[in-house]
Unconditional design. Structure first.
Length: 172
């Protein structure tokens, strides 16, 4: 499909912090860094304006980052496109791309629709590509930049030699 490596696997959950503790216990993933109530500067879901408020816990799981994301306010979102309130499961894998515009064109050429586009408060553009029929989940894309690479490295570095203490940490 898209020629980029998967850098993250994300699960939609009801409670990011409780799920992080469960992932530590069951799979040794972590430590996790919890970011509450992530606001967007702009967003759209299926072409309609929508700022989907969510919280996430980010941790390392082997060679890949794991995100545990919850929806904080009810309404249209890329999460509700797959899961009803109370449901949980894999939501997306993520890829860092060289160019959002080129990747949008690539997706269009492959017959894949853009389910959602958004901008973080720091200006990072990200999007969810609807690959549910083909893969059972969405693909999230964002352009590779120093800030993003630094965040991924911080999560990975925290896992190196981690002794299991302080499994869920706040990044407010």
């Amino acid at each position: 499909m898209l020629p980029y490596p998967v850098v993250q696997i994300a699960y939609f959950v009801n409670d990011s912090q409780a799920s992080a503790l469960e992932m530590v216990k069951r799979f040794g993933a972590g430590p996790f860094f919890f970011v509450p109530r992530i606001e967007l500067s702009a967003g759209e879901v299926q072409g309609k304006p929508q700022k989907f408020l969510h919280s996430s816990a980010y941790g390392q799981w082997g060679n890949v980052m794991m995100e545990l994301v919850q929806q904080d306010e009810e309404g249209p979102s890329p999460f509700r496109m797959m899961y009803a309130p109370g449901e949980e499961g894999i939501h997306h894998t993520a890829m860092m791309v060289d160019s959002m515009e080129e990747t949008y064109a690539e997706c269009e050429g492959l017959g894949l629709s853009i389910a959602s586009k958004a901008f973080s408060l720091t200006g990072t553009e990200f999007a969810f590509i609807d690959t549910v029929q083909q893969m059972g989940h969405m693909i999230e894309i964002y352009e590779k930049d120093e800030r993003l690479l630094g965040f991924y490295e911080m999560i990975r570095s925290a896992s190196v030699g981690w002794d299991g203490s302080d499994p869920v940490r706040s990044l407010e």
